[in-house]
Design a protein around this ligand. Structure first.
Ligand SMILES: [Zn+2]
Length: 202
């Protein structure tokens, strides 16, 4: 088969969205069929970026050794808190809504922008920081439903892949930002987690 002869002119075949990268093609100068194609991402679009529920690293807690960001939860008191979902390139793209009720934990994902695409969502729950780790999609606990906790406190991790746009209601994350509904900055929330874990004698 004789290969097509590209005319070298890239034309937009499909616009990029957060769901899918854009596609450009060249056509054959002989027969007019598509000769070559390439995926294109407009400036500020990001695809499949690792994203975590932001929190202190496990290694900041007594006995913890991994760099995994974790959330340390008190299960003796009912609570309803949003934690930041942050991409590895530092953008706030949503919230992990964590509801503690009667010793159970319910985790839901909320987006800052509807167009954000969050796939391969996974969360795990552990009795302490020494066992906490990121879980993969196949081993995730269920979202949007109460899961029984391991006792008076627990550690959770949450991760996913995100397609998003750098701008609009997505913003650069800083732990000085206020955590919605808490009246505290994320930094203060994290400090509270560290203090709780010390009081629990771990
Ligand atoms: Zn051709």
């Amino acid at each position: 088969m004789i290969p097509h002869k590209s005319n070298g002119i890239w034309v937009d075949e499909r616009e990029a969205t957060t769901k899918q990268m854009g596609l450009q093609v060249t056509h054959c100068s002989v027969c007019g069929n598509v000769a070559s194609q390439r995926n294109v991402a407009p400036r500020n679009f990001r695809y499949e970026v690792a994203t975590y529920a932001h929190g202190p690293q496990a290694s900041e807690f007594p006995g913890g050794s991994s760099a995994a960001p974790i959330l340390y939860l008190d299960l003796t008191q009912d609570s309803d808190q949003r934690y930041a979902l942050v991409t590895e390139d530092g953008w706030l793209v949503g919230y992990a809504r964590v509801t503690v009720a009667g010793g159970t934990v319910r985790v839901s994902v909320e987006k800052t922008v509807e167009a954000n695409v969050m796939r391969y969502r996974a969360w795990g729950m552990f009795p302490d920081v020494t066992t906490a780790r990121m879980v993969d999609y196949e081993n995730s606990l269920p979202f949007d439903q109460a899961v029984k906790g391991p006792g008076e406190h627990c550690v959770i991790t949450l991760n996913m892949l995100t397609n998003y746009y750098q701008g609009g209601a997505n913003e650069k994350f800083s732990d000085g930002l206020m955590a919605p509904g808490s009246g505290m900055s994320y930094q203060e929330l994290y400090l509270q987690m560290l203090q709780m874990s010390e009081q629990s004698g771990e």
